[in-house]
Design a protein around this ligand. Sequence first.
Ligand code: NCD
Length: 301
Amino acid sequence: MNKITSLYDIKQLTEAQIKNIFSIAQKIEQQPTATVKQWQVGKTAMALFFENSTRTLSSFQLACQRLGMDFLALNIAHSSTQKGETLRDTVQSLDAMNCDAMIIRHPENHTQQQVAEWLGGQTCVINGGDGTNQHPTQALLDLYTIERLRGNIKDLKISIIGDIKHSRVANSLIDGLKILGNNNTHIFAPPQLLPEQTSAQPASDINQALEQADVVVMLRIQKERIANLPSRILDHWHDHYGLDESKLKLAKDNAIVMHPGPINRGIEISSQVADGSQSVILQQVKNGVLIRQALLQYLLD
Ligand code: NCD
């Protein structure tokens, strides 16, 4: 099995490698915090987020600090990119300050792979989200959450509902589920928001998607990536593509409800469901720090 040094795409990982990252996460949970804080002392991580972020950026910062690393988040709005500096010059300058891991979020697909090439393959580059393409650490934390709460991923009915086409979260999760051997992944969206190609099964209506589901993943409409969506779809989103308590009854009694955040209450998910007993949204956030610690340990060790 080839050890990788950077992660741009969940498809770079095999089932065994994903399980290895999960076992590091479990080990971290069992170790004293002070022990884990020695694991990567002296190393430096830098974050370059060209799009807004709450959970991903904060959890990467905490993950790095909880491994004992120095962490620097470049303030893009106040950086020299605003003076016309190219991305290549920016990342090469930061790398010259001895960067071990560079975590990047960028609106354009495949930027992280390009950055890794510019940096000569020495620095670990981690994708914190590229355009509509991939968000591999979100997929890892989602898969970890499902496995911890519902056991063997292979056997579960998993339904992803919302703007699938523009969601790097959905794309990477569908890929990750396939790697872990799940052939029971369903998607539901208005036809305009379905991907052209997918290994998941498009459901004919929301009831079919929800019936007997073990895991329901709800997604935000990625308005910033949609040129025009008819108002007849947008105005009635909650009725047709949103999750409320009555629709959730179609899923299994012990189904879990997930959402990567940020949630738009009353649109893709009702407050009752988001705050309800089946919601694991905050457990996803909690696992996000842990899984990013585990990934950094896996890539840097
Ligand atoms: C997502 C993202 O940025 O891709 N959020 C996240 O990282 N948790 C999803 C979104 O913006 O809707």
